[in-house]
Unconditional design. Structure first.
Length: 248
């Protein structure tokens, strides 16, 4: 169980204090999948980064299984079982793909490289590749997701996992996320995509830094369908495809 209690987040932007999150109260329960959705700039990624410890809340507390982890670092939270797949993965010059996966999994045998296959990459072709500019954004995205799955954290956070990958890989990715989820895990996905919103147990709508609505797909989707479709189409490079097929 992961709980955020009265969480507020202020940040300084060009010398001015900007309020990003306002009195966030939410509990994520083990065994459930959640989607954070809402307009661009509404605070979805900021909320996820507070959960991971990338951002420290200005006010409020974060609890994991009853333990106050508000002041714990990213590394300490990772050791407690929280994992995060960024929207734009970091590149580590000089490091091979297999090294990144082995470090995340705590397993030097190389067996965890099989997770590359799950997300559409051939392990034999990619495990010795260097994490540099020779890899495309989509390849980096899939490698990071494979790394998170190899880590097998009890709280896994995916920040727009559909970003930068092709339609076929997106369909495969959905199946991988579903199969990797289990009764002990908490899965949180930031997304506008209906296929992702359709597979979760609960949709959490974030607007202007606040939780404005939450509930099951059948209750929430009809109320947010139009705005979610618009958000997808604005960002989607596949202009001729319908929203149902749009990876964004």
């Amino acid at each position: 169980m992961l709980t955020l209690e009265k969480v507020n987040l202020d940040m300084e932007v060009e010398g001015q204090k900007v309020s990003i999150l306002h009195d966030i109260n939410i509990t994520f329960e083990a065994g459930k999948m959640y989607a954070l959705t809402g307009p661009n700039g509404s605070g979805k990624s900021s909320l996820a980064r507070v959960m991971m410890g990338i951002y420290s809340p200005t006010k409020g507390k974060v609890y994991l299984e009853g333990e106050d982890i508000t002041d714990l670092s990213i590394t300490e939270r990772a050791h407690r079982g929280i994992g995060y797949a960024f929207q734009q993965p970091a590149r580590f010059k000089g490091m091979q793909v297999k090294d990144l996966i082995n470090i995340a999994a705590g397993d030097s045998s190389g067996r965890k490289c099989s997770f590359l296959h799950h997300i559409g990459l051939c392990p034999d072709e990619y495990k010795e590749r260097i994490l540099d500019d020779s890899l495309s954004g989509g390849e980096m995205k899939r490698i990071e997701i494979a790394t998170l799955l190899a880590q097998n954290p009890r709280v896994r956070i995916f920040d727009e996992p559909e970003a930068g990958i092709d339609l076929w890989s997106f369909e495969q990715l959905i199946e991988v996320i579903k199969k990797s989820h289990n009764e002990k895990a908490i899965t949180v996905i930031i997304s506008h995509q209906e296929k992702i919103l359709n597979m979760v147990d609960e949709i959490v709508l974030i607007e202007e830094g606040r939780i404005s609505m939450r509930g099951g797909h059948d209750d929430i989707w009809p109320l947010i369908k139009e705005s979610a479709e618009c958000a997808c189409r604005k960002a989607c490079p596949w202009e001729e495809e319908s929203y149902a097929d749009c990876p964004r």
